[in-house]
Design a binder for this molecule. Structure first.
Ligand SMILES: *[C@@H]1O[C@H](CO)[C@@H](O)[C@H](O)[C@H]1NC(C)=O
Length: 146
């Protein structure tokens, strides 16, 4: 027969271990997301002609942002509060003429970091592919159309 106080100590130690681990992983995991909560994503038609428009349709697990037709230099933008306790994921189906590509435009752990400084993610669809920027000035190619 083990005394009550031994059981209490035992559960107290287990509780401390679990609580410590939960705290450590929660803070490590959410560190970047706790700092910035609001983000804005811009999708820009960066094509060099109006032969075909860029037709986009963006979604998240909770939202259907509808289909939008963008002509040269037009942009579609949306803002949202990043989930602190859940992963955020937005993706867009992009069509131009016969080309079609689905790209991730915002993912927890990726764009939370790359867009954190400005709170903005810019995606420019061009003939050569999809370019990313967080300041609308310096662009990096991220995806091809194919
Ligand atoms: C991004 O840059 C373009 C070209 O300089 C400008 O026309 C547009 O207004 C800018 N958009 C934002 C949201 O800053």
């Amino acid at each position: 027969m083990i005394g009550n106080s031994v059981w209490i100590q035992f559960f107290f130690i287990i509780f401390l271990i679990i609580f410590h681990n939960l705290q450590a992983s929660t803070f490590a995991f959410d560190e970047d997301r706790l700092i910035r909560i609001k983000f804005k994503v811009h999708i820009i038609n960066g094509l060099s002609s109006n032969e075909y428009p860029l037709i986009i349709h963006c979604y998240s697990n909770d939202d259907d942002l509808g289909e939008h037709t963008l002509w040269m230099n037009n942009e579609f933008k949306f803002r949202f509060g990043n989930h602190v306790w859940r992963l955020t994921h937005f993706w867009c189906v992009m069509r131009c003429g016969l080309n079609k590509k689905t790209i991730d435009v915002f993912r927890s752990g990726v764009e939370t970091k790359t867009c954190r400084r400005t709170g903005n993610c810019f995606w420019s669809a061009r003939e050569e592919g999809f370019y990313f920027s967080n300041d609308n000035q310096s662009w990096v190619k991220r995806y091809d159309w194919f």
